[in-house]
Design a protein around this ligand. Structure first.
Ligand code: HEC
Ligand code: HEC
Length: 239
């Protein structure tokens, strides 16, 4: 009978082993966290491309090389409902801020593909109108050049203004439409909402078409002019 009862020494040994095991598991936390980040990313690249370059269909946006602070802000917008897209809302609903930062960091560090996305066929006149709006704006209607805030190459401006070149036509025109219909919002003053109100449907089509023909490149550092232009926006983009 006595022999069936574990001795005090045996119990202590078991307890010690359990503590050791717990300590080993805690030590192993780093690789397993990496694994989980990899799994999260795999869920994203299914739609956003292996290197974040977009693709799979003619709507999914590219994420690679976009400013980290911009990507993080967008993930928070889907969480809060200031951007509406059910699939993206579901993807990020239960992710912690720390995770969202890691994911944003991951995609921001990937090099832009240098590719255009396209996605629409329009005539040369429409493309010329789109290019003029993007690079010069339309002073008569109070529309600033897109390049004033999104950079000379429309590839974004650090720390947080997104690149708009190289996104698919359908995605770009949907974003402008969403600002016009108030289903996408950025912090006030929401300069994109104002711009979208001023652009008519034809100009939205023209500028989205031209931008989709431009290559995706890395964001530029701010100069004095972009700093000044971006200071009119409430989004946390002012360098
Ligand atoms: C089922 C396809 C799908 C999956 C999976 C998916 N996304 Fe998306 N994602 C989209 C689409 C489509 C949009 C554009 C939605 C819109 O119009 O607002 C988008 C938008 C985004 C944007 C905003 C891009 C921009 O330029 O503003 C970010 C950031 C993003 N996704 C990150 C992620 C991350 C991170 C994951 C994984 C946790 C993920 N997505 C998983 C389809 C997907
Ligand atoms: C005064 C500065 C300013 C000007 C001018 C401007 N933008 Fe923007 N734009 C922004 C900011 C800031 C954001 C990021 C908003 C956010 O955080 O959601 C943005 C975001 C966007 C997005 C969303 C990108 C994405 O990946 O979803 C599109 C599309 C866009 N702008 C198109 C345009 C076009 C087209 C023009 C020219 C007709 C233009 N913008 C002119 C400041 C500007």
């Amino acid at each position: 009978m006595d022999r069936a009862l574990p001795s005090a020494a045996w119990c202590a040994r078991i307890a010690g082993a359990t503590l050791l095991l717990a300590a080993m598991l805690a030590d192993a936390a780093t690789p397993s966290e990496l694994d989980t980040l990899k799994q999260r990313i795999a869920a994203c690249t299914w739609c956003h491309g292996e290197r974040g370059q977009g693709g799979r269909n003619d709507y999914n946006p590219r994420l690679e090389g976009q400013p980290e602070a911009y990507l993080y802000a967008q993930l928070k917008h889907y969480q809060r409902g200031t951007r509406a897209y059910p699939r993206m809302e579901t993807m990020v609903r239960f992710l912690s801020d720390a995770y969202l930062h890691e994911i944003a960091q991951y995609f921001a560090a990937l090099p832009p593909s240098g590719q255009a996305a396209g996605g629409v066929k329009v005539g040369a006149e429409v493309l010329a109108r789109g290019r003029a709006l993007a690079l010069r704006g339309d002073a008569a209607r109070g529309i600033a050049a897109c390049a004033a805030c999104h950079g000379r190459e429309l590839s974004g401006v650090l720390p947080a203004a997104p690149g708009i070149a190289g996104q698919p036509y359908a995605y770009l025109s949907a974003q402008l439409g969403a600002w016009q219909s108030n289903t996408r919002r950025a912090a006030a003053p929401d300069c994109m909402a104002e711009i979208a109100q001023r652009l008519g449907g034809r100009d939205m089509q023209a500028v989205s078409a031209w931008l989709s023909t431009q290559p995706a490149r890395a964001p530029q550092s701010p100069d004095a002019a972009t700093r000044e232009a971006l200071s009119h926006c409430g989004a946390e983009v002012t360098p």
